[in-house]
Design a protein around this ligand. Sequence first.
Ligand SMILES: [Zn+2]
Ligand SMILES: [Zn+2]
Length: 168
Amino acid sequence: MTTFNLRSLRLRSGEQFVDAKDVELEPLELGGQRYEPVPSTVPATLTITKASTGTVFELDFAARLHGPCYRCLGGAVLESPLQLREYEARNPDSDELRTPYVVDDKLDLSAWARDAVVLSLPDQILCREDCAGLCPTCGKDLNAEPHTHDEERSDSRWAALAELRERL
Ligand SMILES: [Zn+2]
Ligand SMILES: [Zn+2]
């Protein structure tokens, strides 16, 4: 877990602090599958700007996730460049003006980065845009072995036969 101690930071209104931080990213569980950040620690730029009304926190980094493709279960790689921004009012009187990532003067960079990565994910993580997936009939990878089954035809033949038998 990477945190940043805000207590040591003495910024006056209008001042800005910029620092390079290595942020540890956690593996994600999505739909029962595990997605690993590679590398698990990424370089990030943390910017803290003090205004008269509050503080703006910004974090820039890029995450790369490795995990199974939603359709074919082969390896998929997902790159997400992210620019995050959070604001905390000096005298927050509602949750809107408070960032959940600052607790006891510590900014939780890992939790912030993890939530942002999750929010940035597409509905389906695919090995490639046009992944053909697995055959619903035999389970083979349709990318490696494109094929179809002529089951539908034999199915209708059986249905016709069954119908005939019922009539007799
Ligand atoms: Zn795939
Ligand atoms: Zn098949």
